[in-house]
Ligand binder design. Structure first.
Ligand code: PLP
Length: 377
């Protein structure tokens, strides 16, 4: 159909470029997939068998899922309380989404729709905030991070906030640690967030919390305008099931619950998320192995003169070519790796490499070492 025939579609959507996930070929098990920051580990056969048994014996496929997410929310509240000194979170401070992506969209609807607000992000960062805002016609203010350490330029951020009145900035999205650059918030940045006016919602995306072991949940009671996002897609190995959650003051959560679709989370996904939380003692220790591997991969990459590599607090590493870090040159590396069946991500003007299994990481390091030899011959 030509665009003119699509006159019923909003014009701003016709030219929007959506998030393009890496296409998965049938032989994906033969690929070294280091592009999406997932856990390199599948759920164990034992846990899968439990899930299969649930499916066989307990799920009534003719019934809608539990739209209140009762059991899952209780387990999430327990899990959060475990990480703080004084447990105080209850289920009314938790909302569960079909991935954190759904929660990001609900947050945008709740705060900015109808030209009521705009959002502020610092690039490079997770692209979904901007993409989802665009699909809703919401204005995005994006500032550039400092190139040296990818911290926020706080003076610029303050200026954007004070200059934008029509509509005003209503949400600031930060990631702790950030994707793709893998750095946690600094003390100065956290202080800045604490000082933001209470009519701005601060969204702290902690998708990589289990890897970084850094969280701001204990600050939530002091800051009713803060919201923390978490996900089961990374350390908990459930990317296939699409489950994320938000933690915030109960009044914010109430609004998110109004916005979400009543049966947003399939029964099977709820069961999977409950299962991994109940078995977190078995699942989460592997995070240590990933982080040990991250250190090893980092130390090897840092020695490769071809690249400029940044410190990482997460399960992925961000790098750029040391000379001529152009899009074309980064694309060329992507293409060469792809020929070796290795998939990484080119984003934010650099390359983001997820940490895989020891074998996968060796595969990657081998190939990158060859590049360096070729260049220096
Ligand atoms: C991977 C990731 C998520 C997870 O999104 P889901 O929709 O829960 O899979 C959220 N935020 C960031 C920054 C991520 O990198």
């Amino acid at each position: 159909m030509t665009q003119s025939k699509l006159s019923f579609i909003r014009k701003d959507l016709l030219n929007l470029s959506a998030y393009v996930p890496t296409p998965i070929a049938k032989n994906q098990r033969q690929l070294t997939r280091l592009d999406a920051n997932e856990s390199p580990y599948n759920l164990s056969l034992e846990l899968k068998a439990k899930l299969a048994l649930f499916y066989e014996q307990e799920i009534e496929t003719n019934r809608y899922p539990d739209g209140s997410h009762f059991k899952l929310k209780n387990l999430i509240a327990d899990y959060i309380n475990e990480s703080i000194n004084i447990p105080h979170f209850s289920t009314n401070q938790v909302s569960v989404g079909n991935g954190s992506d759904e929660l990001i969209r609900s947050i945008l609807i709740a705060t900015c729709l109808n030209n009521q607000g705009s959002i502020l992000v610092a690039n490079p960062t997770f692209s979904m905030y901007g993409i989802l805002a665009q699909t809703l016609g919401i204005i995005i203010h994006s500032i550039n991070r400092n190139e040296v350490d990818f911290t926020w330029n706080l003076d610029t951020a303050n200026k954007v906030i004070s200059d934008s009145n029509n509509p005003p900035v209503k949400v600031v999205f930060v990631v702790h640690p950030n994707s793709p650059t893998a750095n946690c918030l600094t003390i100065d940045e956290i202080q800045w967030l604490k000082n933001l006016p209470s009519d701005i919602l601060v969204v702290i995306d902690e998708a990589y919390y289990e890897f970084s072991q850094q969280t701001l949940v204990s600050e939530l009671p002091n800051h009713p305008n803060w919201l923390i996002l978490r996900t089961f897609s990374k350390a908990f190995r459930l990317a296939a099931h699409r489950v994320g959650y938000a933690i915030a003051h109960e009044d914010i959560i109430k609004v998110l619950e109004k916005i979400r679709l009543p049966y947003n989370l399939p029964t099977f996904s709820q069961l999977a998320a409950e299962l991994v939380l109940e078995n977190r003692d078995i699942i989460l220790p592997a995070v240590k192995e990933v982080m040990t591997e991250k250190e090893r991969v980092y130390k090897t990459l840092v020695k490769n003169p071809l690249f400029k590599v940044w410190h990482s607090d997460a399960n992925f590493i961000y790098l750029r070519l040391a000379d001529n870090p152009s899009n074309e040159n980064h694309d060329a590396i992507m293409t060469q790796l792809k020929q070796e069946n290795i998939i990484i991500r080119h984003t934010g003007g650099g390359l983001r490499i997820s940490i895989g299994t020891v074998t996968e990481n060796n595969h990657l390091l081998d190939k990158l070492a060859n590049f360096s030899k070729k260049v220096h011959q």
